[in-house]
Design a protein around this ligand. Structure first.
Ligand code: GTP
Ligand code: MG
Length: 261
């Protein structure tokens, strides 16, 4: 089986080597154990936003293919990366060593064995207080609350009837589902847009608890600016969905029932 690891980076030179090495060690070991019968051939794609700290060189030294994407944004990097990925399955994580790269093979095994479409890491289940600032933690909780309240009618099929960590960036999913999703966001809201699209379109979605560690290197996220953009994205998308649902209901009401013969 072929799979693709995608990592967006913007000046993550301190940590990218460590992330890719941990990932490679875990996949080599899993190919002798969990995947002994059908080893996974991994493609490593680092989508780099014109870093100036040697990120690209370090990623190449670890065997990754570097895709340059100078246009700004976390979502932009993923949309470019998705178009380049060739694996049947895609796995993602940040380049800042916050996510447990060594758990990707185990999550892939879980996705395949449970016949899921999309698996997302839930950082909040096991959160160590040092890994997130207080503002960041409160922001995450508020965004998750908004998802739970505003999207509840779409979230019924999901375990717990909600997305517990809508902002998580560690995913393992079947690449074929991307052609069914409407992904529009270039910035941080991409993370919740992707998960909501997966659930709204009826794909099998689950979350698994993962450890989240303190980031290496300087943050790229601006808590208030990105927080505001995430809130406004969630509200705008929900209003658009409401308009679409009403238009569909009007259409159904206007179409006469076929008369019985
Ligand atoms: N290519 C590219 N990558 C980006 C851009 N912005 C952020 N990234 C990368 O996307 C990943 C997620 O960004 P982070 O800054 O870690 O955001 P976060 O995880 O929400 O916030 P922290 O808790 O501070 O880590 C990291 O690997 C970044 O280097 C960008 O504009 N272009
Ligand atoms: Mg991060």
């Amino acid at each position: 089986m072929r799979a693709s690891l995608l990592v967006p980076t913007l000046n993550e030179g301190e940590s990218i080597g460590h992330v890719l090495r941990s990932f490679r060690e875990a996949t080599e070991s899993a190919n002798r154990t969990l995947f002994a019968r059908d080893p996974v051939e991994w493609e490593l794609l680092v989508i780099d936003g014109a870093s100036t700290d040697g990120t690209a060189e370090r990623a190449r030294a670890e065997g990754a293919t570097v895709v340059n994407e100078p246009r700004k944004g976390y979502g932009r990097a993923y949309r470019t990366g998705f178009a380049r990925a060739t694996g049947e399955v895609v796995a993602t994580l940040d380049g800042d060593a916050t996510y447990p790269a060594e758990r990707v093979p185990e999550l892939l095994r879980y996705l395949l064995d449970h016949d899921l479409d999309f698996l997302s890491g839930d950082r909040l289940a096991l959160l160590d207080r040092k890994a997130m600032t207080t503002e960041h933690r409160i922001g995450n909780r508020l965004l998750n609350l908004l998802v739970r309240v505003a999207y509840h009618r779409f979230l019924r099929p999901v375990a717990g009837q909600t997305i517990r960590d809508s902002q998580s960036g560690m995913w393992v999913f079947r690449r074929r589902l991307l052609e069914h999703l409407d992904l529009t966001q270039d910035g941080m809201p991409f993370s919740e847009e992707l998960k909501l699209e997966v659930v709204i379109r009826g794909f099998r979605f689950e979350e698994v608890p993962i450890r989240y560690a303190e980031r290496w290197g300087r943050p790229k996220l601006s808590t208030w600016r990105d927080g505001r953009r995430n809130f406004s994205f969630l509200l705008t998308k929900r209003l658009r969905l409401e308009r679409e649902l009403r238009a569909r209901a009007r259409l159904n009401a206007a179409t006469p029932e076929p008369s019985p013969r």
